[in-house]
Write a protein that binds this ligand. Structure first.
Ligand code: PEP
Length: 245
């Protein structure tokens, strides 16, 4: 099971101390099954990489520029810069970045550049509340996958994070039955399209220590992308414990 902490634009050097608790948990035999990945802001990536180097915890970036190496792009960071400091994962297509202008075309370029740099992709897809009300969820998700993964044949290094946009940060999760159907659809669609039997599918959107008990019952879900709750180590640990035990 994956437990991916998306810290968004939160966290300082002081926050590193609280992560030590999670590192200790990850060393226990019982939690070997937990694949923990921390995605802090760029400013903390190097420190996180160093802190977690000799542990089973991995680090990930939250976004990148679409160009693989370098260029005159003020404020941007390339996949090469990210991988060169030992980071293994990258979130691409998060709805908060789609809102800022990342369309499916740009997302496709970011994914290809990042894959060239051997980064594993946490590929976020999800429908807005408007799209859901218009019954366009399946159409939107398929389109995001088709366009986002254009010219990509192998998906063994891609994690598909289904995050209904209206669930992110709202405290609301989809009805379990609906979610189960959505995950079944996604699994079938991705398996057929990429001739890949078991794509890794994870869920994101207001995951907490209570609802994770329901969410983990969905067989297709192989982990969680956790925003708000991951910034508090005790809550994050609780989510991991409730899932694994
Ligand atoms: C996210 O940012 O990907 C996310 C799922 O956030 P939250 O858990 O706060 O809804």
């Amino acid at each position: 099971m994956y437990f991916i902490a998306n810290w968004k634009m939160y966290g300082s050097l002081n926050s590193l101390n609280s992560v030590k608790k999670v590192i200790r948990l990850s060393k226990k035999k019982k939690f070997k099954r937990a694949k923990i990945i921390y995605c802090p802001p760029y400013t903390l990536l190097n420190d996180f990489s160093k802190l977690t180097k000799k542990t089973r915890i991995k680090t990930g970036a939250q976004n990148c520029h679409e160009l693989e190496f370098a260029g005159p792009f003020t404020g941007s960071v390339s996949p090469h810069m990210i991988s060169s400091i030992g980071v293994k994962y990258i979130i691409i297509g998060h709805s908060e970045n789609r809102f800022l202008g990342d369309n499916n075309l740009i997302i496709n370029k970011k994914i290809i550049s990042s894959m060239n740099q051997k980064l594993k992709i946490i590929f976020c897809i999800g429908e807005t509340i408007k799209e859901r009300k218009e019954n366009k969820t399946t159409y939107v998700l398929k389109k995001q996958i088709i366009m986002g993964l254009k010219n990509i044949k192998k998906i063994d290094n891609i994690l598909f994070a289904y995050e209904p946009v209206w669930s992110i940060g709202s405290g609301i999760i989809p009805k379990i039955n609906d979610l189960q159907n959505q995950f079944k659809m996604l699994k079938k669609f991705i398996s057929n399209r990429f001739k890949y039997k078991n794509p890794t599918l994870i869920y994101g959107g207001s995951v907490n220590q209570k609802n994770v008990i329901l969410l983990k019952q969905i067989n297709e879900i192989k982990g969680f992308l956790v925003g708000g709750a991951s910034q508090n180590s005790n809550k994050f640990i609780d989510i991991i414990k409730k899932t694994i035990i």
